[in-house]
Design a protein around this ligand. Sequence first.
Ligand SMILES: [Zn+2]
Length: 408
Amino acid sequence: MTVFGAALMERLERFAAFSEEEGALTRLFLTPQHRAAADQLMAWMREAGMTATLDPVGTVVGRCEGAAPGAPALLLGSHIDTVRNAGKYDGNLGVLAAVAAVGELNRRGERLPFAIEVLGFGDEEGVRFPVTLTGSRAVAGRFDPAALDARDRDGVALQDALRDFGGDPDAVASAARMDTLAFIEVHIEQGPVLEAEGLPLGIVTGINGASRFSVRVGGMAGHAGTVPMALRRDALAAASEMVLAVERVGAGTPDLVATVGRLDAKPGAVNVIPGEVLFTLDIRAPVDAVRRTACAAIHAELEAIAKRRGVTLAIKPGHQADAAPCSPKIIRQIEAAVRRAGIRPHHLPSGAGHDAMAFAGVLPMGMLFVRCRGGISHNPAESITVEDADLAVRVLLDLIRHFEHGAP
Ligand SMILES: [Zn+2]
């Protein structure tokens, strides 16, 4: 009994064919493949009983009226752009699961007290242009017009690509939808937690805030054969101790993650003591205060290590993003739907960014995570089961049927 799941998996397979590359899925914002995918999505939306249009920034908008036409809408959806050589489920699952749920309501002739809109955003991954969340920010009324001047690596401006796509850079402000009730996104987890818990679905508490830094450790390069150990100022040995300190702070705080993802040692020769190390630092947590405290603790640890080892330390802040907490009332409604499906409710933060972030503080926002095999994502090996896809549609459908805008 996985009718929804089987149909959804079949559609996700077909949808993956809208790609720049044969045998791999690459669908970047405002490309001909994105447009073809948008056209297919609009066809499926119409088949599901919705009207379907493109908004000025290239978001596919499918609308299903409620009992009274023109009622405010509950927004569902996710993104239909992908990274290069992507998996089939990141983003696309949330859009096509929502279309499946609305299709079922229409087949049964069910009319709800509110309208439903399914949104297929075009720019969550930020691969083609150095901007991200273009579509969701526009809907949330938070579009930064400077994004229109962003250029891809061939020098094409976003606004020109948008015109070619069928969008309207002069009308971006009209994409804002303040007349709506909430935004709910179904998405694969892209992490291993649900699989480890043995659960098909999870309730997202919020999207982690992130702080990035680049760190420079300065020591003294020297001959690996002639400088005695006690007289060295080895930048790499100091940085190694720092990496372990970062790991220790990350592991010591619930829901905090701290990562050194890249480390370059200079001059980088087998017979030279490293004189300089550059490394990156990425710190994320669902609560901003926790993240800031952890950043301060890590900086203090690094300074203490640098001082003890006689090396210099420079920490330069990079990208900083505040956490986007999900709305408590949406969390409660998702939890209730998960319970009604007989699944133990499990709450978890999202370590990755999502379109839902754009709505935090503007609209009640929430996310339902779907287990993915091995937590693997942004990879062609991304995989979900037909049973989990089926449950995602059923729980979303049940959530919509029970949705209460005025719920506490
Ligand atoms: Zn995604």
